[in-house]
Design a binder for this molecule. Structure first.
Ligand code: BGC
Length: 252
């Protein structure tokens, strides 16, 4: 973090590598986010190159926080559900540090970053108890927050529900691929949420991911027990959470 309370966050996703300077007092970006298309295949070296390009474009020379759509433990990616499998076992922290001239980097799971951001600045900011953020995108990401503390790498998108992984049943990409209507998709989401809430009993579920922009078309259709509220930070949550993780000790 810089002395002025600004930090740089980068959100690495299947289609874009997005980054910006974040004002940590407000959780807002200080400029339009910079986006570079995720290289295909999204191998570690190719993505590290895109990250270096993005940081150079931003002319940022301080520490950088980054998200990956992977379980991240001690800076190492441990899974790769919707990204090149070459990430599994990669020391992402060292890889990015090397690509960024040896500067300090922090790496965490993308949904965990979004959960931190929504918990501090967004939909869950005034809530106590157990909050669950789910991101509906290519897959389903999850972040469990208890009174402001993140329980990292929860990976609830891989919970098996009625014989299939939750994200294979109810990710936003599945809605598109199978051309489901909102009522059809909401029924699947309700099934997934029903299983999750029976196991974890969160006080509230925050729905994130691009499809949360259309929340009025599907959140009212959900039939599960726990209140579901839309995320507030939308497409900046990952960037903001990545920036928050720098120096904070919250990245696993
Ligand atoms: C991955 C998670 C990730 C989520 C959203 C899942 O497939 O396993 O680590 O948070 O997708 O990108």
């Amino acid at each position: 973090m810089s002395a002025r309370g600004h930090a740089f966050g980068i959100d690495i996703g299947g289609s874009g590598v997005k980054g910006a300077v974040v004002d940590l007092a407000t959780g807002t970006l200080t400029h339009d986010r910079i986006k570079i298309a995720t290289p295909q295949p999204s191998t570690p070296d190719a993505v590290a190159g895109a990250v270096a390009e993005l940081v150079a474009q931003a002319q940022w020379d301080g520490p950088v926080g980054l998200t990956l759509p992977c379980v991240v433990l001690d800076g190492h990616a441990r899974t790769a559900a919707n990204v090149d499998h070459g990430w599994i076992g990669t020391d992402a922290r060292s890889l990015f540090a090397k690509a960024l001239d040896g500067r300090e980097v922090t790496v965490l799971n993308d949904a965990d970053a979004a959960g931190l951001a929504e918990d501090s600045y967004g939909a869950a900011r005034d809530l106590t108890g157990l909050t669950l953020l789910l991101t509906f995108g290519t897959g389903i990401g999850s972040a469990l927050m208890y009174n402001g503390t993140l329980v990292p790498n929860s990976e609830l998108g891989h919970l098996v529900v009625t014989g299939a992984e939750a994200e294979h049943l109810a990710a936003a990409s599945v809605k598109d691929r199978e051309e489901l209507t909102y009522p059809q998709w909401a029924e699947r989401v309700s099934t997934v949420l029903g299983h999750i809430e029976d196991l974890f009993w969160p006080s509230v579920i925050v729905a994130g991911g691009g499809i949360s922009r259309d929340h009025d078309q599907w959140i009212p259709l959900l039939t599960n027990r726990t209140p579901v509220i839309p995320a507030v930070l939308k497409n900046t949550a990952g960037i903001v959470g990545a920036a928050m993780a720098i120096d904070s000790g919250i990245a696993p």
